[in-house]
Design a binder for this molecule. Structure first.
Ligand SMILES: Cc1cc2nc3c(=O)[nH]c(=O)nc-3n(C[C@H](O)[C@H](O)[C@H](O)COP(=O)(O)O)c2cc1C
Length: 397
């Protein structure tokens, strides 16, 4: 498949239509591994693909050059979905030299030894290919300590590796060619992979103007390339990394016999009554990834579970572990749920939300052995939702 990104810069990646779980994050739409070939007097390959997809990448490369003619392989990131085919490339491109960050070099030496000539580069270092210049920008922890961007200076193409990506497999390569709203997929990717790195990402974004980067095209290592107004995705990252919230709430809960579900629905009514958007997820029916995608922009997260054997149900426990790792910030948080005798789940959730550092409100728990709520309890649920919504809007709870 031929795809020119701009002036001799080609997409030569692979499409993984069937990828459904990416290091534990649900990827219902699959993904792509984007490698880029830059053809000038010298030929550079920026990133490779996941192991097992080498032939698809070589087919793309052969559309433009004989793979043995590759002079440089730029490793923007060590992770196996990008460097998995490096060994295959180096076996064919016998004279190629590897360029990567110092940390990536250490990782490559660890795995492969000093098998190939490898040059460690730092921010501002350049590599001349002829008319084209590649500039390297280290971006540690966007996504791993070794991560790096490569900027094709004259063509204003930023090869951003894991930043600005989306997990989606499509027959098109550019975002402007796709009818679906890719911003949702970009948000899902950010929420489930990059959220815990937000303060570092915010700091990196602040530094970019001083580096004099003004990309016309942002070409990430997963999903579609941003060609139409790439500022949109940069602005979205600025908002996401600073946890700038919208007036929205997410309710996520688990239930055995439906009482906690009833509470959740009534809390949602209260939130809606105040004119605030809410989304509700039964955690035994929903993916954690979809919850996190909405939670990223929501001002409030309301987590529920009934008590089973003194603790929360496993669906909620999984969410709490997921939240702990992804470390959301700037959120109002509340716990709720039903129990039959001594309870335990709601306190456990409340303690967990506090430990994450969220702004918790007084939890709501009802003791009911039978799955029904009194009229008074129903009113309490609605008022619980209303008070959270008022807080979301910045007024008094
Ligand atoms: C298998 C099982 C174990 C339970 N364990 C506890 C428990 O340890 N402590 C408690 O207070 N209630 C316990 N309950 C009672 C439920 O928490 C109670 O019925 C609650 O109202 C159910 O809410 P739900 O319909 O949202 O699941 C248990 C119920 C079941 C079915």
């Amino acid at each position: 498949m031929k795809c020119e990104v701009r002036n001799g810069i080609y997409w030569v990646g692979a499409i993984d239509w069937n990828m459904r779980d990416f290091h534990g994050y649900d990827t219902p739409k699959g993904t792509s591994y984007n490698a880029y070939l830059i053809v000038d007097e010298k030929v550079a390959l920026v990133d490779t693909v996941k192991g097992g997809f080498s032939e698809e990448m070589f087919m793309g490369i052969r559309e433009h050059v004989d793979p043995s003619k590759i002079d440089y392989v730029i490793v923007n990131h060590l992770e196996k979905d990008h460097s998995g085919a490096l060994e295959d490339v180096m076996a064919v491109a016998k004279n190629a030299k590897v360029y990567c960050s110092t940390r990536a070099r250490a990782g490559l030496v660890d795995k492969y030894g000093e098998r190939w000539p490898m040059t460690a580069v730092k921010t501002g270092d350049t590599l001349k290919l002829g008319k084209k210049t590649l500039r390297f920008i280290e971006v540690p922890m966007v996504h791993w300590p070794d991560s790096m961007f490569t900027y094709a200076e004259e063509d204003k193409v930023l090869l951003s590796n894991d930043a600005f990506g989306q997990h989606i497999a499509t027959s098109q390569r550019f975002e402007d060619q796709v009818r679906a709203n890719i911003m949702y997929d970009a948000r899902a990717y950010y929420a489930n992979i990059l959220m815990p790195l937000s303060s570092i990402i915010a700091g990196t974004l602040e530094k970019l103007p001083a580096l004099n980067l003004s990309p016309d095209i942002i070409a990430p290592s997963h999903g579609l390339i941003w060609r139409r107004d790439p500022g949109r995705i940069v602005n979205a990252y600025t908002a996401w990394s600073s946890f700038r919230p919208k007036e929205e709430a997410v309710i996520a809960y688990s239930t055995m016999w439906g009482l906690t579900d009833m509470m959740a629905r009534l809390i949602a009514f209260g939130i809606m009554d105040e004119g605030v958007d809410v989304r509700l997820y039964d955690l035994h029916e929903s993916t954690l990834a979809s919850v996190m995608t909405d939670l990223l922009e929501a001002r409030a997260v309301i987590v529920g579970s009934s008590t089973q054997n003194n603790i929360m149900l496993h669906g909620t426990a999984e969410l709490m572990a997921y939240l702990k790792g992804l470390r959301p910030k700037n959120k109002i948080a509340a716990a709720f749920g039903a129990y039959g005798w001594a309870g335990g789940a709601v306190k456990e959730i409340d303690d967990g939300l506090r430990a994450i550092g969220l702004e918790t409100v007084e939890p709501l728990a009802f003791k009911h052995i039978m799955t029904t709520l009194s009229e008074d309890d129903k009113k309490k649920c609605i008022e619980f939702g209303r008070s959270i919504a008022r807080r979301i809007k910045g007024g008094q709870a």
